[in-house]
Structure formats: C-alpha cells, structure tokens
Design a protein around this ligand. Sequence first.
Ligand SMILES: NC(=O)c1ccc[n+]([C@@H]2O[C@H](COP(=O)([O-])OP(=O)(O)OC[C@H]3O[C@@H](n4cnc5c(N)ncnc54)[C@H](O)[C@@H]3O)[C@@H](O)[C@H]2O)c1
Length: 323
Amino acid sequence: MRITILGGGGFLGRKMAARLAAEGHLGGREVSGLTLFDMAEPAPLEAPFPVARLAGDVTDAAALARAIPEGTGAVIHLAAVVSAQAEADYALGLRVNLQGTLAVIEACRRLAAPPRVVFTSSVASFGGGQAANLPDDARQTPANSYGAQKAAAELLLADASRRGMLDAVSIRLPTVIVRPGRPNKAASSFVSAILREPLLGLETTLPVPDDFRVWVCSPRRAVDWLTHATAMDTAPLGLDRGINPPGLSVSVAEMLAALTPEQRARVKREPDATVAGIVGGWPASFTADRARRLGFAPQDGVAEIVAQFLADDLAATRAERGL
Ligand SMILES: NC(=O)c1ccc[n+]([C@@H]2O[C@H](COP(=O)([O-])OP(=O)(O)OC[C@H]3O[C@@H](n4cnc5c(N)ncnc54)[C@H](O)[C@@H]3O)[C@@H](O)[C@H]2O)c1
C-alpha cells in the first residue's frame, strides 16, 4: 500500500511516519512507499520502503497531485493550522483547514480507486465544556473557528465517502500530550507544557485552575488510532465517518501528581482568560463506546504517558532546545 501523510513534517506526522518505517506494514499489508508532504520539506526518514519528501501547500492542486499520485491507497491528512492560530487569523484557518480539505477531496476523486483518507478532527469541534461527558451521537457545536473548520471538513469528507470518491475516517483527537519540543500556538499548549517543561527542569505557567479537566491521549495512542483508522473495515461506519476515540479525562491536579514536588514547583499559576475561554469550551470527557466497539484501544493513565515521553522524546527535546 502506498501512503501519503499530509502535514508529514509535523508532530504527529513524524510519529506516524516513524511507526510505519519501524513496522514496514500496516494492518497486515506491506507499505510499498510513503510520501511526506508539508510546507517545508520533511526531514529524511530511514525506512524499508521508498520515502518521497515534498514541500508544498495543501491548498495547491498541482502540489497535491504530486503528493497523491495514482495508486495511493491511503492519505493521512494532518495538515492544519492549530487552534489559537486559527482563532487569531480567521482567513488562514479557513484556507488551510477547510479549503485544504476540499483540495484533498479533489485530489482523491481523480484517482482510479478511492483511497482511505484518515482525517484528524478534534475535540475542539464539540462544545459542552467542563460538565460534559459526551455520548457518541452528541452534536458538534464548536466554540471556536478551528473546531468549526474541523467539523465542516468532517461533513464534506463524509459526503465524499458516500459518493465513493474516497473512504474517510475522521478521528476527533483529544489533546495529545506530552508534545515534544517547544510550546506552540495551540490553545492547549499548556496541557503538555505543565509536564514537559518541569521534566526539562524549566518553569512554565498554568493558565487554568488545578481542577480544570481535559480530554487527552498520548502520541503513541494517537498513532495507534491513526493506524487502526487506516486499516479498519469502514463498512460498519455507514454514513457516520466521525470517531470519538477513547481518550482519558484528567484534571490538571492529576497530571501534576505525576511529577515530583520539586518539578511541580516549576508550574506557576498565571490565569489567562483568552486561553481559558478557548479550552474551557472543549468537552472534558466522552463516552467513546462506538470507538471501543470498533477496536480503537483506550488510553492508559498519566503515569504511562509521562513514562513514554521520557522514553521517546525527552532526549530529542533537550537536544532541539539546547538544554
Ligand atoms: N496535537 C494535538 O493535540 C491535536 C489535537 C487534536 C487534533 N489535532 C490535529 O492533528 C493534526 C496534526 O497535529 P500536530 O499536533 O501534528 O500539528 P503540527 O502543527 O505539528 O502539524 C501540522 C502540520 O501541518 C503543516 N501545515 C500547516 N499548514 C499547511 C499547509 N497550508 N500546507 C501543508 N502543510 C501545512 C504544518 O507545517 C505542520 O507540520 C492536525 O490536523 C491537528 O489539527 C492535533
């Protein structure tokens, strides 16, 4: 199977590519080639199959045609402008998150055989806030432009699936922690920072109260879900192509409990109404029953998430940041 990862130079794109390179197959099928596509040419990857690395814009039809050539079996569409940036720059968010997905649909419908498209939607496509424990049939009532763009993209991918242009699975990812590297422009950046920065020996700020709850998953589990979504039988999905995967609902206090007292002291309380306003609208929990039935593995606990960060990403993060 030939696979293309759009946004292949980003956090989850690199993780997904590394998993494919390590395993060489996906869902029992051999990976015959991988294309990594991003704004800047993604970094080289050692793999048991050919890897093409392309620079381009996901809204550019010609660039996408090169990234999604005839014979592509799966497109993992991760290219996006993240939450706080899409809120700050409405036109950019609309262009990349909505028109970019329309361009992906256009590129896929040219192919002789409809490819699997795995799209990363988000918990931010829902409202509900701290009190929510959303069932699988909850309506998407986003409280920010990023979430609205993700929900709109999901609808268009579901319609394209119904029409047989492609075969989409949209995974509404929780906040993925611990994100390696540096803080980013996502409103949820602090959720990783309150673990990552103290583990690096650095101070960080907490913009929300300690009892604030957030729906999270680890990078490893996010990649498990993207892998499962790429390989699964989509017949049981019918018209409903959106999946609420089984993440973990956890409070800030529960996250900080995974640190030593010395590490915890590096987290400074600095309430931020803008950040709290965005993340406060995201639901803190989902029942995720359908995803469990469909074989999506549940997220394990915060201790495991921290241990995985230490094993997978601490050294690279230290090196990247010159620490
Ligand atoms: N990380 C999370 O916590 C989280 C949570 C929910 C959903 N998601 C979604 O998962 C996906 C991957 O997230 P991530 O954390 O890896 O983000 P990321 O920002 O690290 O990666 C996204 C990539 O998309 C690329 N990109 C942006 N605009 C582009 C354009 N116009 N053309 C081509 N590429 C473009 C960026 O350069 C970047 O490398 C995104 O769609 C995001 O919305 C992530």
